[in-house]
Design a protein around this ligand. Structure first.
Ligand SMILES: C[S@@+](CC[C@H](N)C(=O)[O-])C[C@H]1O[C@@H](n2cnc3c(N)ncnc32)[C@H](O)[C@@H]1O
Length: 291
């Protein structure tokens, strides 16, 4: 949700959501995200989607485009399948959050407005003069918020998607943080192991599907001491706690690496008993593990 979308606008959309729940022809709950002036309906089907889209446009003057998500996130660039269902024919917009602004093209790069709180927490957790490596930086959202909040910090924003890196450069200019976010078009594994070996204080791994695969190379990019910001998806049963299950998995990963687990949280729920979790893992420090 953009900061520009004031509380009243948000309240209006909530009202619309509950109206739609009562809509005779649409018994399912309307679920949508807002990115800049674009609304993305997550569960649109045929005519119901179109009538929802028109209602969204009518009820919120700031929304100029309504997209429908027609498939799940997929491919190496982690793109959502989207189509325009109402309003202007475009997928580009400017999204504002946590005092930063982001040019985003939803057709060519990944972006989730639901991570607004997570990005704020990460930006707050970074210390003075840190060198940060964001291995899956996309259009630079995490990296730019970190640099914006921490003027002494340098962030290297790696991504394999050329459109995302081009947009990151644009976002660096738009947020006036030249020299503090360095956009790099590369494969994260190659960049981390060759260019950044033993050279950064913190590594972000915001590609939860591949955190395990990239974990060792992320650790090799850290100096003697440092922090990995680790993301993962955890599927639980009714009896299991997502954080406890994540800790067991992480302890297996850090075994023999002089690392400890700290600060875990559930970022969001992503399906029935499936969660995105985030953990700070410390290298080279005598800290007590979470149990
Ligand atoms: C889930 S998105 C996160 C993007 C960004 N951090 C954000 O929150 O907006 C993951 C990103 O990783 C990138 N990616 C996937 N495989 C990669 C690789 N091997 N090397 C570098 N980037 C990669 C994708 O292009 C995508 O932009």
């Amino acid at each position: 949700m953009s900061n520009r979308h004031s509380k009243t606008q948000w309240a209006k959309l909530k009202v619309l959501q509950s109206e739609m729940r009562g809509h005779k022809k649409s018994p399912t709950r309307l679920r949508f995200d807002i990115v800049g002036d674009i609304a993305i309906i997550k569960n649109a089907h045929g005519k119901t989607g179109l009538s929802w889209a028109q209602s969204i446009l009518r009820n919120n003057k700031r929304v100029k485009v309504v997209l429908a998500q027609t498939g799940s996130v997929q491919g190496i660039f982690r793109l959502c399948k989207l189509k325009v269902v109402a309003g202007d024919n475009r997928m580009t917009t400017i999204h504002r959050e946590n005092k930063c602004l982001f040019h985003i093209d939803l057709g060519t790069m990944h972006f989730s407005p639901r991570l607004v709180h997570e990005r704020r927490l990460i930006a707050k957790s970074v210390g003075f003069w840190e060198a940060v490596l964001n291995m899956f930086g996309g259009a630079g959202t995490f990296s730019i918020e970190i640099a914006y909040k921490n003027p002494s910090v340098t962030v290297f924003n790696i991504d394999i998607n050329p459109d995302a890196i081009r947009m990151c450069l644009r976002n660096v200019l738009a947020n006036n943080i030249r020299n503090r976010v360095i956009a790099v078009l590369a494969d994260a594994k190659e960049a981390a192991s060759i260019v950044f070996l033993n050279s950064v204080d913190r590594v972000l791994l915001p590609l939860p599907e591949k955190s395990c695969e990239y974990f060792s190379v992320a650790v090799s990019a850290l100096k003697r001491k440092g922090v990995i910001q680790y993301y993962d998806f955890i599927q639980t049963t009714k009896e299991e706690s997502p954080l406890e299950k994540a800790v067991v998995k992480i302890k297996g990963l850090i075994n023999g690496k002089n690392m400890s687990v700290r600060e875990g949280r559930i970022v969001k729920s992503v399906g029935p008993r499936r969660y995105l979790v985030s953990f700070e893992l410390y290298k080279g420090e005598e800290r007590e593990d979470v149990s």
